[in-house]
Design a protein around this ligand. Structure first.
Ligand SMILES: Nc1ncnc2c1ncn2[C@@H]1O[C@H](COP(=O)(O)OP(=O)(O)O)[C@@H](O)[C@H]1O
Ligand SMILES: [Mg+2]
Length: 290
């Protein structure tokens, strides 16, 4: 069975997209022996550094094995290296080297997107054509790895970008990490409508879009009521597990030179992250693949 493609996306930054991508990848690999590839589409590169550590990440950049090189070749109308060659296996700092691979991003990705658009515009292409082209190239790359993985998680940049849109379109499942406050809930409703329309245009059926409460502070009545409202509005589309605002989640994001167990890495949050993996798998079983 080819890998399920899961995009972790939200227009807002700082909501825990990268944190969720990495922790879910590790939970699936460690507790369920799944083969997971994380694709970092964000030029802020947080997921790449969290997962591979600064040294390995620098090695990948020096070897030109980051996503910007793949797309830059297209902008320069050169033949890109195979997408597969970007995939670095077993990158996590967890003991036992679980099967988590990384396709890393670099800050240059931002400029590459801009250069690509400029190069296409000069050649007389419309933005829709550029978007379609990026989607096709991305899908082409994904096809080359899809049979070697169980899950491909795509950590998206915040805001509107052609690459985020491509990830939305490529995915068979979308996870939207959301902080339970008023502004986020309003933003979420707008985003969800748009995402569902985009996906449904392509698939012609109800899509798999799940919302995950992140940075949840149980002591705040606003968080409690907003999280409750989300559940009321979204029902099954909502994860029951809520990721608390907790120092152990932040600490897990710091790369460790010495390998650690899942429990050492996630501390008091280990059971929550484990639960996230379990609930994700249960949802995926019910949700149709593409
Ligand atoms: N549940 C949490 N508890 C504490 N800190 C968190 C939590 N989730 C994320 N963070 C921290 O918040 C910051 C933003 O998280 P990140 O995952 O990078 O967000 P995004 O990818 O949406 O921009 C990071 O410094 C991260 O360590
Ligand atoms: Mg991020």
């Amino acid at each position: 069975m080819p890998a399920r493609l899961v995009s972790i996306i939200n227009m807002k930054g700082g909501v825990g997209k990268s944190t969720t991508s990495v922790s879910l990848a590790e939970a699936l690999a460690v507790h369920h022996r799944r083969r997971v590839l994380l694709i970092d589409l964000d030029p802020q590169t947080n997921a790449s550094i969290m997962l591979a550590g600064p040294d390995k990440w620098n090695e990948l950049r020096e070897a030109e094995r980051t996503l910007d090189f793949y797309f830059e070749a297209y902008a320069l109308q050169e033949k890109p290296k195979p997408f597969k060659s970007l995939v670095e296996p077993r990158v996590s700092d967890l003991k036992g080297k679980p099967d988590v691979s990384l396709c890393a991003a670099a800050p240059e990705f931002r400029m590459v997107e801009r250069d690509m658009i400029e190069s296409f515009v000069k050649r007389g292409f419309h933005i829709d054509a550029i978007q379609k082209w990026i989607c096709e190239r991305f899908a082409h790359g994904l096809r080359s790895v899809v049979n070697e993985m169980d899950f491909i998680l795509i950590d998206c940049p915040p805001g509107i970008s052609l690459f985020a849109e491509a990830a939305l379109i490529a995915a068979d499942t979308i996870i939207v990490p959301t902080i339970p406050d008023y502004v986020s809930r309003l933003g979420l409703i707008t985003f969800r409508r748009r995402a569902l329309r985009l996906i449904n245009e392509r698939r012609g059926e109800a899509s798999n879009l799940f919302v995950l409460t992140t940075k949840y502070d149980e002591t705040m009545s606003l968080h409690r009521s907003e999280a409750g409202l989300l559940k009321e509005n979204l029902g099954e589309a909502m994860f029951d597990v809520r990721i608390p605002q907790h120092v152990d989640i932040a600490k897990a994001a710091e790369w460790s030179e010495t390998q650690r167990t899942f429990e050492q890495k996630y501390g008091a949050m280990a059971p929550v992250v484990k639960k996230l993996g379990e609930e994700f798998l249960a949802k995926m079983e019910l949700a149709p693949a593409l």
